[in-house]
Write a protein that binds this ligand. Sequence first.
Ligand code: SF4
Length: 161
Amino acid sequence: MVGKILISACLAGLPVRYNGSAKPLIHDAVERWKAEGRLVTLCPELAGGFQVPRPPAEIENGLDGDDVLDGRARVLEISGGDVSAAYIDGARIALDVARENDCRHALLIDGSPSCGSGFVYDGSFSGKKHAGQGVTAALLRRNGIAVYSDREVDQLVDAIG
Ligand code: SF4
């Protein structure tokens, strides 16, 4: 069976980032998966109820998405507003969509408090990053979905063709 891939909407070229931009991923494999109808496009933050544009947000205190899911950390907007619940809602919807489409793999943009899979920013809004994952990546991984970052397309090709 040909596997489907959950992909961050901004990587798929949709202008859904907090600042209204996209980060399209140019790669032959992504074009092929698109032509084969294997991409399932989703923005967890829009699914969680946010709009475009929206304030930037980071996970507090150098923690990550696992800590948010377990109640040890919050996702805070730059103003200090606690938006953790909406981030968790968006992660749950992403998991539901992945399951409905039988996605065993996800290709998510790194660094985001939702989609990051290798690093996230530390909550100081100063550009400092650390190893960790966003809320959606953490929930997908807890439920057996393999998450790859935008720097790992070749590894995803090796895994699923
Ligand atoms: Fe892109 Fe994910 Fe942020 Fe949506 S939540 S804009 S898909 S990185």
